[in-house]
Design a protein around this ligand. Sequence first.
Ligand code: 0O2
Length: 220
Amino acid sequence: METHLQQLRVELVRFMMVYKFALEEVHTKINILQQEFQYMHDYNPIEHVKSRVKSPESILKKIRKKDIPLSITEIQENIRDIAGIRINCSFKKDIYRISQMLENQKDITVIQKKDYIINPKSNGYRSMHLIIQIPIFMSDRVENVFVEIQIRTIAMDFWASLEHKIYYKYNKDIPDRLKAELKDAASSATELDRKMESIHQEINEIKQQTDLLSDQDEEM
Ligand code: 0O2
């Protein structure tokens, strides 16, 4: 009995460890993209990155909700957001850039892609979701680990984080008036994204013209 429990413990710790390793791998990939992009284009498209391994309580909740058999293989196959990473970008176009750069990497297999920016959820939620699989090289095997990547702007993230809190505060039964207000707030966040991106674009154009003029001045 004691050895069985000990074995189970080793298996469980190892099970959780691979998700931590997977997050470290994806973090490194994002770091490389961020640094190289900054160097090549003098611009950083990523504001910040957050990651988490799902808590055992949340995993159990999802097991019950989705009626998944209590086995490590079933959990690994059916709960694909145990390792989750969220990338906050400056502008909407950066979301597509970053997503494409990750999708193009040879060791990443994209299992699922949900574009809630082109198709927002009915409550107003916007974000890009990728479920990817990456190989993790352990001492005696290779594990292909699922990682959920959410990519969104700061405005999308601000809305989603607060909506998440409000949703749980009202115990999943939000009055219709507040649902409408939340949706309205989501539209304001979309408008803010549009406005900031357009200002950024204009400033870039002005900068390019000024650089061009000063280059011409130097040549004369
Ligand atoms: P948590 O606590 O954030 O992890 P799944 O249940 O994941 O297998 P689903 O729901 O079809 O399948 O996946 P989807 O639509 O890609 O959503 C996954 C995650 O996106 C959610 O995880 C949330 O983090 C986020 N999300 C989706 N819809 C909303 C929304 O309307 N509002 C907010 N604030 N976040 C959302 P979890 O596991 O539900 O929650």
